[in-house]
Write a new protein. Structure first.
Length: 88
């Protein structure tokens, strides 16, 4: 399991290095995977990288301001970027 987690995190890092947000990198890493089969890996990565998440609504937020929504019932994921920051 740790090897799968490490491989997935390495893929995510390469996507982030190419300019993706953390949520986009997560989405690209797991887009063609069966979410049920990868659930333990997904949970481990989200527990390490997300700054908050509500298991009931399946929204996860990352330090770069991006958000990942996972709907396991229909096996869909949505990544959103943070909007531009406004000076206050």
């Amino acid at each position: 399991m740790d090897e799968q987690t490490n491989n997935s995190e390495a893929r995510m890092k390469s996507f982030v290095d190419e300019g993706c947000s953390l949520a986009q990198a997560f989405l690209k890493t797991f887009a063609h995977e069966d979410l049920q089969d990868k659930q333990q890996v997904i949970n481990k990565i989200l527990s390490r990288l997300s700054i908050s998440g509500a298991p009931l609504d399946s929204d996860y937020y990352f330090v770069d301001g991006s958000r990942l929504s996972i709907d396991p019932a229909v096996e869909s994921m949505l990544a959103t970027k943070a909007g531009p920051r406004h000076p206050y």
